[in-house]
Design a protein around this ligand. Structure first.
Ligand code: FE2
Length: 207
């Protein structure tokens, strides 16, 4: 989960996690919660809890999430055009091309920070032990070789569409990156992002 305070002081909450009392206190100290955002259809489990806690906040659906979470009353859908409410602060692009998962990638202009949920994972090499460690390394989600899990990579049947979206990401002046799974890079965030998508930038046939 990440929280961005917009220029009008309202909060944009990205991929909200379970709302504990301490988390709520910390968030409330930052400003009023206006936007609850799911970056993809896997990061949605706590949206209902947050909407109940902040009924005036608007709830935004990532691709396919409305269908998956019919119990939630979404206010709007996310696409390639930033919502008017945050367009001055945050840019976004939907990374399409996968038959399994489309993720909305956001870029906070002021801090030059790009946010990824599942498309870049970077677990420390000792995070998983035994067979899980071997599976994670084979899965392509362990430092120093971060990326999307290999099963997700294989679901990108339309790589041209994915690369087109990625071109937009690379055009942002990235200085920082936030990811939902694993360690953040300590140097050169833009190179980290580019390295994480080397699998997608390779010519067809080279997985
Ligand atoms: Fe995830």
């Amino acid at each position: 989960m990440s929280v961005i305070r917009l220029r009008n002081s309202s909060l944009f909450v990205w991929s909200p996690v379970a709302l504990s009392h301490s988390l709520r206190r910390a968030v409330d100290a930052l400003g009023p919660v206006h936007h609850l955002v799911s970056p993809n259809a896997l990061h949605h489990l706590s949206l209902g809890e947050w909407k109940s806690a902040y009924p005036a906040a608007r709830l935004y659906a990532s691709p396919r999430l409305r269908h998956k979470r019919k119990d939630l009353a979404f206010d709007a859908d996310l696409d390639d055009v930033p919502a008017t409410e945050w367009a001055d602060d945050i840019d976004q692009v939907v990374l399409r091309g996968s038959v399994a998962l489309s993720e909305v990638v956001f870029f906070h202009r002021c801090s030059r920070t790009v946010l990824f949920a599942d498309l870049i994972q970077n677990f420390p090499s000792d995070w998983y032990r035994g067979w899980r460690g071997i599976a994670a390394r084979l899965g392509g989600i362990v430092a120093p070789n971060p990326g999307a899990p290999r099963d997700l990579r294989a679901s990108f049947l339309d790589r041209r569409a994915a690369r087109a979206a990625l071109d937009e990401v690379f055009a942002w002046p990235i200085e920082r990156v936030l990811i939902a799974h694993g360690d953040l890079p300590t140097t050169n965030a833009a190179a980290f992002v580019r390295h994480s998508f080397a699998w997608l930038l390779k010519p067809p046939g080279e997985a």
